[in-house]
Design a binder for this molecule. Structure first.
Ligand SMILES: [Zn+2]
Ligand SMILES: [Zn+2]
Length: 130
């Protein structure tokens, strides 16, 4: 029990650690490469917003957007992917942020309009305590 599990001065455990890190990185690369390759095979190389067309020469500016914003959700039918140029992709994400803060504002306005929504809850909790 005295032996440290990963001694950095021990070349054996260091190379084992390196291998784990390299393996994890490779898997992540394969996954991200995987869905991009698949999406590029499945869809025409056109930005879904500005309709700009892409060729092999500028293909690195065409990105894969996840419609539900979950990069780990990659169904094989491509239903969560959308090809967007880097500019429209940026716009898409800032637009989503705007929409979210807007709906929050709407919610608090509703709360004001209907009076204090917690008043009744407070009364219920008080009743339970007795
Ligand atoms: Zn675009
Ligand atoms: Zn995106």
């Amino acid at each position: 029990m005295n032996k440290p599990p990963l001694d950095p001065s021990d070349s054996n455990s260091r190379s084992r650690l390196d291998r784990i890190v390299a393996d994890t990185r490779r898997k992540a690369d394969q996954r991200s490469l995987g869905y991009r390759e698949q999406a590029l095979k499945m869809y025409p190389w056109i930005c879904g917003r500005c309709m700009r067309e892409f060729t092999r020469a500028n293909l690195q500016e065409l990105t894969v957007h996840h419609r539900n914003h979950d990069h780990d959700y990659n169904p094989a039918d491509g239903s969560n992917w959308e090809l967007l140029c880097v500019y429209c992709h940026d716009n898409e994400h800032s637009r989503q942020l705007d929409a979210r803060s807007g709906s929050d504002g709407g919610r608090s306005e509703n709360a004001v309009a209907t009076g204090n929504p917690f008043a009744d809850l407070k009364a219920q909790m008080a009743r339970k305590k007795i």
